[in-house]
Design a protein around this ligand. Structure first.
Ligand code: HEM
Length: 132
């Protein structure tokens, strides 16, 4: 049964299940596990803080979301299709678990950040092509 997103525990559930989907995904899984070799014990708590900040205004996330993706695309080109697919999994995950205003809001926020991130990553890709 879908529920409201109300607490940090809800955010943790959202993030944990999202990255389970990511890791099982044939296209995105290897980017995280093989190319970036993500340390999940570090990444997951960071993402709880990130999304809790977006949804509830907490200030625990002090990082910068964009730079790791600029570095990543230099190792393995991130395409607009990767971002579309990331977003499709994100939306699927929210719809499986949650309903209500915060569920709508988090999808909108993910969409808008992914759009900006994709634009900036495509600029990095174009710059690399220009330099090579
Ligand atoms: C093709 C899509 C994406 C891929 C492949 C991807 C991959 C990654 C990887 C490999 C990391 C680094 C993990 C580490 O530190 O080891 C990362 C960090 C992160 N990603 Fe993404 N990501 C994608 C899209 C997004 C989107 C759309 C958002 C936000 C809506 C996002 C938010 C973040 C944040 C907040 C971090 C942590 C940055 C920090 O170190 O402070 N990512 N991502």
């Amino acid at each position: 049964m879908p529920k409201l997103i109300e607490t940090r525990a809800d955010v943790e559930l959202m993030v944990n299940q999202f990255y389970q989907k990511i890791r099982q995904d044939a296209e995105l899984g290897p980017i995280f596990d093989e190319i970036a070799q993500v340390d999940w014990d570090v990444h997951l708590p960071k993402m709880y803080d990130f999304w809790e900040g977006i949804l509830f205004g907490t200030l625990n996330y002090a990082g910068r979301p964009m730079p790791p993706h600029f570095r990543l695309t230099q190792k393995h080109t991130l395409t607009p299709a990767h971002f579309d697919h990331w977003l499709a999994l994100f939306f699927e995950n929210i719809d499986e678990l949650f309903e209500g205003d915060k569920a709508q809001e988090v999808k909108y926020r993910a969409y808008s950040i992914a759009t900006i991130m994709n634009n900036r990553v495509q600029q990095v890709n174009a710059q690399m092509e220009f330099e090579n």
